[in-house]
Design a protein around this ligand. Structure first.
Ligand code: ADP
Length: 214
């Protein structure tokens, strides 16, 4: 199982990837989470990346490439779900070369799609438990009352200004990656606008089918 979950910010790829990893035992590799961890730990990479992440801009590719490749190497090349990487055509080419050099390739790229207004609602109402990383939504999945309020935060890049940047960047730089994979026969589109469980079932079915054929 070598999968990329692809889609705009707020489409739900992080939550779906986490669930898939728990259920199917694939390693979840989220460059966004790796970057936020580096920022919290104030590593030199974290210091370089902080401004970009918090304002909703792409971190320079070479930094993210190292994070993603190190993580794949550590977790093995067999079972991973990438979330948030690749985000540019350059990164897609790097990933392709990296896997090729290890004698392997992706099984499938699953592109999650939801209408733009749903995305803005999900991002602006998202809250995160800063200790566990668990995500909530103010309307659909509010933080439980037993979690202390000071642990529930809004990500800086979920503020309105940064959301706009992220969506703009997605359209300019990340969306073209979808066509890149489509041209190579690797893309499968998944409707992400229904309930979490329905979307998960579609993802699981696509993943199982692609792992069998490759
Ligand atoms: P989302 O998909 O909701 O935007 P992520 O947690 O995946 O959130 O990413 C958060 C931020 O981390 C991005 O806005 C960007 O600044 C940085 N980032 C993550 N992955 C990459 C990447 N592949 N290339 C460049 N920047 C990245």
């Amino acid at each position: 199982m070598k999968i990329v979950l692809f889609g705009p910010p707020g489409v739900g790829k992080g939550s779906q990837a986490r669930f898939l990893s728990q259920r199917e035992g694939v390693k979840h590799i989220s460059t966004g989470e790796l970057l936020r961890k580096a920022i919290r730990s104030k590593t030199s990479l974290g210091r370089k990346a902080q401004q970009y992440v918090e304002s909703g801009r792409l971190v320079p590719g070479v930094l993210v490439r190292a994070l993603a490749e190190d993580s794949i190497r550590e977790n093995g090349f067999d079972r991973f779900v990438l979330d948030g990487y690749p985000r540019t055509i350059e990164q897609a080419e790097w990933l392709d070369e990296f896997l090729k050099a290890a004698g392997t390739k992706l099984d499938v790229v699953l592109s999650l799609q939801v209408p733009a207004e749903v995305i803005i609602d999900r991002l602006s109402k998202r809250r995160v438990n800063k200790q566990t990383g668990e995500n909530y939504h103010l309307d659909f999945k509010p933080p439980p009352p037993d979690v202390p309020a000071h642990l529930i935060i809004q990500r800086k890049d979920d503020m309105p200004e940064a959301i706009l940047h992220r969506l703009e960047i997605y359209h300019e730089e990340t969306h073209p990656v979808q066509a890149w994979y489509r041209d190579r026969g690797m893309l499968q589109e998944i409707n992400g606008g229904d309930s979490f469980e329905d979307v998960y079932e579609r993802i699981r079915a696509a993943v199982l089918a692609s792992s069998q054929t490759s």
